[in-house]
Design a protein. Structure first.
Length: 76
């Protein structure tokens, strides 16, 4: 129900209220809500292909061949 209510609030109002929300929100719950909503909105899978270009640029690599036979971990 809360998810439906969030969708009904206009973007401009959300932008005004976001700083207040960030002051009182629980970081863990907010982060979990974000990823659950993202998962639900992307048909129950994460679409993160847009990171490829960014990550390759950071690694200064032209393509992802340098990852062949490697394990990659992200500790964010």
């Amino acid at each position: 129900m809360l998810f439906k209510l969030k969708k009904m609030i206009p973007k401009g109002v959300k932008n005004i209220l976001r700083p207040i929300h960030n002051l009182v929100a629980n970081k863990y719950n907010t982060e979990l809500d974000y990823w659950e909503n993202t998962f639900r909105n992307e048909n129950r899978k994460f679409n993160n292909s847009f990171y490829k270009k960014i990550m390759l640029a950071m690694a200064q690599e032209p393509d992802d061949q340098f990852l062949h036979d490697k394990i990659v971990a992200d500790f964010g």
